[in-house]
Ligand binder design. Structure first.
Ligand code: NAD
Ligand code: ZN
Length: 357
């Protein structure tokens, strides 16, 4: 059976597009006194554009912390705050920030209409009811969270997304002005997420011509940006497109070895996704030889620091936990290595890979 892919139905792309948010919202606002909820990465709290947002008197703005990647507990907390604010469901919920904030927004939208804790829905197609109408506005380019059908959460026992047809945003707004002031290293780590999404999609066993088309273009754009000579303004726009295309590519294929190992790192050490991916990718040339070599050229050209020896001091129990989390991600390994992946990627081999990082 072929996947019946749900995509984000509406998008606006262009510098200054944030100014169109009011128009988009005016079509969603009812006159029932329901609020519109804005979840905004608190790094932006003092940015001038925040004061231009189309906020009305009974709306709710929450500045969320992206200091740690999203936890199911934090999603539950935010959902409770929105419920406490009004006895009506919001007309719309907007997430403005990097992958962390967009994922929080997607998850809170779902949890406002589904009972229980966000942890109950980590997995595939467990969500029962559509969420609140939601809009994603990225301020970093690379994760593809703006387009994907998942929201990646760390819960009590696993780091795993809420993957469902109800998860994608209803609308996205891609405004390159909003990514312009991202710190250089963070911009690179997050951009490499899209490069790695594309690499894992292209070299995986689930690859098909549909996913390949997006992945190849996504990698080309990253190459132009990090191995070419482009002004930042042009580069930022290209990275936004690379992120979107990389996200679409894995939506119709799957990620692979790097993401599986990176999820383990992040679960045990709290390593952020972008930097964790870079640490892992640098060590897995045996799986993605050409891509890893090109990645290293980009790292060298931009003088990007890659943390080393993250696993050197780990206890056996921590390493075991990392291996457990990584190997629990069957579909990722199957994409990377084929149906007999368990024969190839034994716990001992997985442990040995971590030992290099
Ligand atoms: P992020 O959202 O975690 O942000 C990283 C840091 O950059 C934070 O400190 C944040 O405050 C800051 N930041 C964000 N935008 C900024 C800006 N314009 N200027 C200055 N600082 C800014 O980073 P990310 O790499 O975009 O997202 C990583 C998260 O995305 C992880 O939680 C990962 O699991 C998730 N993810 C989700 C998907 C998906 O499909 N849903 C895919 C890949 C990754
Ligand atoms: Zn990723």
């Amino acid at each position: 059976m072929y996947k019946n892919l749900r995509v984000v139905p509406q998008l606006i792309f262009g510098r200054g597009a944030l100014a169109q948010l009011g128009d988009v919202l005016s079509k969603r606002r009812t006159d029932s006194g329901s609020p519109v909820v804005f979840l905004i990465d608190d790094v932006h709290e003092t940015k001038p554009w925040v004061r231009t947002l189309p906020v009305r008197a009974n709306d709710l703005i929450i500045f969320v912390s992206a200091e740690h990647e999203p936890k199911t507990r934090y999603v539950d907390e935010l959902t409770a705050r929105v419920r406490d604010f009004s006895n009506r469901l919001p007309d719309a919920l907007i997430g403005i920030g990097g992958g962390t904030t967009m994922d929080l927004a997607k998850a809170v939208s779902l949890m406002l209409t589904n009972p229980g804790s966000a942890a109950d829905y980590q997995g595939w197609d467990l969500v029962k009811y559509p969420g609140i109408y939601k809009i994603g506005i990225p301020t970093l380019a690379g994760t593809g969270a703006e387009v994907s059908r998942t929201t990646v959460l760390t819960g009590p026992v696993r780091k795993l997304g809420i993957n469902s047809d109800y998860t994608p945003f209803d609308q996205i707004l891609m405004d390159a002005d909003l990514v312009a002031d991202a710190p250089r290293d963070q911009r690179f780590y997050t951009a490499m997420d899209s490069y790695i999404h594309a690499a894992e999609s292209l070299r995986g066993t689930f690859i098909n011509e549909f996913a390949r088309g997006f992945a190849e273009k996504s990698q080309d754009l990253c190459r132009e940006v990090f191995l070419g000579q482009l002004p930042d303004r042009v580069a930022d726009e290209k990275l936004m497109v690379a992120s979107y295309l990389g996200g679409l590519s894995i939506a119709y294929s799957q990620v692979g070895v790097c993401h599986a190992l990176s999820y383990g790192l992040s679960f045990v050490l709290g390593t952020r996704h972008g930097v964790g991916n870079c640490v892992v990718f640098d060590q897995i040339e045996e799986f993605y030889p050409d891509d890893v070599r090109e990645f290293r050229q980009m790292v060298a050209r931009h003088n990007i620091p890659l943390p080393r020896d993250l696993c050197a001091q780990l206890t056996d129990a921590q390493l075991d936990e990392m291996v457990r989390v990584a190997l629990s991600l069957g579909p990722l390994w199957e994409n990377a290595l084929g149906p007999d992946w368990q024969q190839q990627m034994t716990p001992a081999r997985c442990r040995e890979l971590y030992r290099r990082m």
